[in-house]
Design a protein around this ligand. Structure first.
Ligand SMILES: Cc1cc2nc3c(=O)[nH]c(=O)nc-3n(C[C@H](O)[C@H](O)[C@H](O)COP(=O)(O)O)c2cc1C
Length: 455
């Protein structure tokens, strides 16, 4: 029997923006909108030979009990503008932007991603999201809000239309003539017609280095997973513990065959946080300190209010969980991705846990909002990450540092060499495009039959 080949770990850097893991109280925390912050994180990720830099997107400031959510006050600059600027100060790092398919036109999106792919020499990626609520839709006159199934239908059409546009220029369309300059031969009109779009014109941008930017997907419902399995090159997920990761990994990889896709054509990237220390005990002490900074007494109550759907300001954060029942229909928080689908069941399980472990409100929130955390010495963290990847709980991780913009420095300096030592992480970039880093083929290298099955 031949041994299973060692998988290579893939790493990406999430810019710590308005996430609930970001710690703003730390004196080392800096601006979330100045270019210097984006540049610092991107350069650090590139120094660490990461696959890509990742920007999430929020199209409306979230509200809680009628007031702007405190983490959102810092705002978010436009994704394309930031990534285009980062293309100029990085050389190999992939540049991934979360862009909504519900409110945007495919022609515009295809043009913007093709431009990013050109400007960066083949490093663009698009995390296709559909948005989760009508509240965000109020900012958009056309497109507005669509029901869940329609949003995924539209997402599929947006991607199909974009692919048709990217593929529309023949490979030999551009001619370089030393006398007459560069000109284009015949560019056929893209003819794309679907339930939502009618496009009948030549595309404006020549084929970009990757052919298509890398496509990521981040919805977790059955439709979302199916859309990812059919369409995406990688999935961004919250399923980051070993067991949940393995279940999710097997689930989405298991959906590939019916689309004629191979096991390695879709990579799985859970979000992950990490805390390092010189000793294991020190790392755990730091992690505890960070968790208490992330979940202040007010944050703990606000979090419960989102799940209970009612005002709970009279409850003591250091006391027991509220004895009132949740209101499953309430919209106390608006603009937030709801990872809690069934509040009644959630509240029941939290009560049981709080009782069994003697947890206060704040302690419980600290426990239940902890995403996958790798905690330990650099060697231990490298071993944990490697173990998850070798055990098929993930192909890699999108790391979410808790500090802007220096939160990745230590990881790159201390954990990356340990991963390299284990033989699980590259020691140099071997290719120039993001597809190269991820081991994905150029879309035009697909056979005709594969292309037909995928579309
Ligand atoms: C891990 C993860 C990250 C997401 N990131 C974003 C984001 O940055 N911006 C956004 O508008 N929606 C984001 N979404 C929302 C998804 O696009 C989707 O609209 C939402 O999860 C509802 O779809 P679903 O029912 O398939 O999960 C994210 C979802 C997940 C699961």
């Amino acid at each position: 029997m031949t041994a299973k080949p060692r998988k290579q770990v893939h790493l990406a850097a999430h810019f710590p923006g308005v996430n609930n893991t970001t710690v703003w109280a730390d004196p080392a925390s800096k601006s979330q909108v100045e270019f210097a912050s984006f540049e610092h994180l991107a350069r650090t990720a590139e120094r660490g030979l990461f696959d890509f830099f990742f920007l999430a997107e929020g199209l409306r400031l979230r509200e809680h009990r009628g007031r702007i959510h405190d983490l959102d006050v810092v705002g978010r600059p436009d994704t394309f503008t930031v990534l285009d600027a980062l293309a100029a100060v990085t050389d190999r790092l992939g540049l991934a932007g979360t862009i909504n398919s519900t409110y945007n036109e495919p022609f515009e999106l295809a043009k913007q991603f093709a431009a990013l792919d050109h400007l960066s020499g083949g490093r663009a990626a698009w995390n296709v999201v559909t948005s989760s609520d009508a509240f965000t839709g109020e900012n958009f006159r056309r497109g507005g809000y669509l029901e869940h199934a329609q949003r995924y239908r539209r997402a599929a059409e947006v991607v199909e239309a974009s692919r048709a546009l990217w593929d529309s220029w023949p490979a030999d369309a551009l001619v370089v003539d030393r006398e007459r300059g560069v000109f284009a031969r015949e560019i056929p009109a893209t003819s794309f017609h679907s339930t939502q779009f009618d496009i009948e014109a030549p595309f404006v941008t020549p084929p970009s280095p990757q052919g298509h930017p890398v496509l990521l997907q981040a919805g977790d419902s059955d439709e979302g997973r199916e859309f990812g399995a059919r369409t995406a090159d990688a999935i961004f997920t919250v399923h980051g513990t070993l067991e949940a990761g393995q279940r999710f990994y097997a689930d989405v990889k298991g959906r590939l065959a019916k689309y004629g896709r191979g096991h390695d054509e879709l990579l799985v990237f859970p979000a992950a946080t990490f805390v390092l220390g010189d000793t294991e005990a020190e790392a755990h002490e730091r992690a505890r300190h960070i968790r208490y900074q992330q979940v202040s007494p007010q944050t703990a109550i606000a979090f419960l209010e989102q799940v209970w759907g009612r005002e709970l300001s009279g409850y003591d954060p250091d006391g027991p969980l509220p004895d009132v029942e949740p209101d499953a229909t309430s919209e106390i928080t608006r603009g937030r991705v709801r990872h809690t689908k069934d509040p009644l069941a959630v509240v029941k399980s939290w009560r049981e846990r709080a009782e069994a472990e003697g947890l206060s409100i704040r302690e419980l929130v600290i426990e239940v909002t902890a995403r996958q955390q790798f905690i330990g010495t650099p060697g231990q963290v490298a071993a944990q990450i490697d173990h998850y990847v070798q055990s098929d709980a993930a192909d890699g991780f999108i790391l979410v540092p808790h500090l802007t913009p220096a939160g990745l420095d230590e990881f790159v300096d201390l954990v990356v060499p340990e991963l390299q030592e284990r033989g699980s992480f590259r020691t140099a970039y071997t290719g120039t495009t993001l597809r190269d880093h991820l081991g994905l083929r150029h879309p035009h290298h697909r056979t005709a039959a594969e292309g037909a099955r995928a579309s």
